[in-house]
Design a protein around this ligand. Structure first.
Ligand SMILES: OC[C@H]1O[C@](O)(CO)[C@@H](O)[C@@H]1O
Length: 513
């Protein structure tokens, strides 16, 4: 496709010059295929809540929870509170957490494309084990294999997307990953809705469905390119140049190619001097590292996964019938997808900070109101009555929409675009593992928190959201439109707070531009 040429870049003296880049079909196709990693991840997020609400599944693996679910009304908020059941959901995230560090090395040594292929293979194995599980051990091993797939996929795909994108659409292209996460969650909810009526093996279809996106990724990865940066980084200069020409749709890529070469040379020299994980401990590595970790912690402390994992459980707790609760989850899933599209359209126009700040306000209002309604109901010792339960569903949609155009996608985008190449994969693995760790914490703790804190859980997340807003206002720099290999000079060294992590000599160089 012939988009107009767009320009970004700087001179070798550190001043800005122009890169030419068309928006080619090839870049979009590669982006869409790589983003299938997000589909695999999202499918898993969405499927576990619905499966754990299915009686056939509970009877087979968690009979005690089944018995409690069908007992008296009085332990409404606690009937799903079971550590082993929570481990079914969260084992995937623990496996992904551990894998992400190894995946960073694989990503550097073998490239982003091969790492994604590895992800798809672990995913196929995991889906098979879960679908065919005859006991809880097989089930958990399947979840662990899926988690290893997530660890590889989530490490490679966001980096891949940020590296192949021209700077002026990097946000949009990178958000394809999160868009796929949301589509995966939605598809999983729809699948659960139908399979919950298939007895006794509906849950097997739900869990086995994870194999579909894995197969798509595996086949797709046979036709996509490696990123020019990864090719040059691994010594394939010519191939890197050819690939850059292909994805930019022009032969005039000298300037951008020079920049990639110079980033790779610097990275190689630094790496020879000190390994990337060790370099991450240096003072000047701290700004992007802190931002990457904090973005992911905050993304999880919006409370999004309390909704995503347990929406069906939550809706059942509010008194919806089993099918109605899955349907409600489909509605929130749909809002999640559509709102992520909004982010694709806006992120490179209005920038990252404005989206994050607006969302903090919207999420805060929704959380406090939901908490208020539930609090009144808990005091009256009721499940919320139907009109109130409907109001809660609407408020949850308000909440999910703002998350979906802000903290959801930007939690991946910002860490993938702010590390210099020498520490990019190592640094990004901290973003992935922080996401997994805090997803695990929320998955493991939410049902117990709901059981003990009841409505106050929403106030807890509301307080987190206020802290996040202050953080964005004061410490998060804007990265819109800045070429990926220029973040240090154009973003970190110029930020009122983070510039203290760099030496004065470098600042003088910038002010000469
Ligand atoms: O769309 C919501 C989903 O997005 C994520 O935050 C990943 O970016 C998940 O943890 C969450 O379930």
């Amino acid at each position: 496709m012939a988009g107009g040429f767009a320009v970004d870049g700087k001179t070798s003296a550190g001043c800005h010059r122009e890169f030419k880049a068309k928006i080619t079909w090839y870049v979009w196709i590669c982006g869409i295929i790589a983003a299938t990693c997000g589909l695999m991840f999202g499918y898993d997020i969405g499927i576990s809540g619905g499966v754990t609400a299915m009686d056939d599944f509970l009877v087979r693996f968690f009979p005690a929870v089944y018995a409690r679910k069908h007992r008296a009304k009085e332990d409404n908020y606690c009937k799903f509170d079971d550590q082993r059941l929570q481990l079914f959901t969260s084992s995937l995230y623990l496996a992904a957490l551990v894998t992400s560090f190894g995946a960073s090395l694989v990503c550097t040594r073998f490239g982003r494309k091969r790492t994604m292929q590895a992800a798809s293979i672990f995913f196929l194995i995991g889906a098979g084990l879960c679908a065919g599980a005859i006991n809880i051990v097989m089930l958990i091993i399947g979840r662990i294999s899926l988690g290893i797939g997530v660890g590889f996929g989530n490490q490679a795909a966001p980096l891949f997307l940020s590296e192949i994108a021209p700077a002026h659409i990097r946000g949009a292209l990178n958000i394809l990953f999160q868009l796929n996460v949301t589509i995966g969650i939605l598809v999983a909810n729809v699948v659960n809705y139908y399979t919950s009526n298939i007895h006794p093996a509906g849950w097997r279809y739900s869990l086995g469905g994870a194999g579909v996106p894995a197969a798509v990724l595996f086949l797709g990865s046979l036709i996509i390119t490696e990123t020019p940066t990864s090719l040059v980084e691994r010594g394939h200069r010519e191939a890197g140049r050819t690939m850059l020409e292909r994805i930019r749709g022009t032969k005039e890529v000298d300037d951008e190619f020079d920049e990639i070469k110079s980033a790779c040379e610097t990275a190689a020299a630094l790496c020879a001097e000190e390994k990337p994980f060790r370099r991450l401990r240096r003072r000047e590595s701290r700004p992007p590292l802190v931002i990457a970790i904090v973005m992911q912690i905050f993304q999880q402390f919006t409370g999004i996964n309390a909704i995503m994992f347990y929406a069906p459980v939550l809706f059942q707790t509010m008194g919806f019938e089993s099918n109605a609760s899955l349907l409600s989850a489909v509605v929130t899933g749909g809002v999640n997808v559509i709102s992520t599209l909004v982010s694709i359209i806006l992120v490179d126009k209005i920038g990252r900070r404005k989206l994050l700040l607006e969302a903090c306000v919207q999420m805060l209002i929704a959380q406090v109101t939901v908490g208020g309604i539930m609090w009144v109901q808990v005091k009256a010792n009721n499940s919320p009555s139907h009109p109130w339960a409907l109001a809660i569903v609407v408020l949850i949609c308000v909440y999910v929409s703002s998350f979906a155009w802000s903290w959801g996608p930007l939690g991946w985008l910002i860490p993938s675009e702010t590390f210099p190449l020498a520490i990019r994969t190592a640094g990004f693995s901290f973003a992935v593992s922080s996401n997994m760790f805090f997803t695990f914490v929320i998955a493991q703790a939410f049902l117990s928190m709901m059981c003990t804190m009841k409505a106050f859980i929403f106030f807890f997340f509301a307080i987190c959201i206020v802290i996040m807003g202050v953080f964005v206002l004061t410490l998060l720099p804007e990265t819109k439109g800045v070429p990926i290999d220029e973040m240090v000079d154009r973003v970190w060294r110029r930020h009122w707070f983070w510039k203290r992590y760099f030496s004065d000599a470098d600042d003088a160089k910038i002010s000469n531009c």
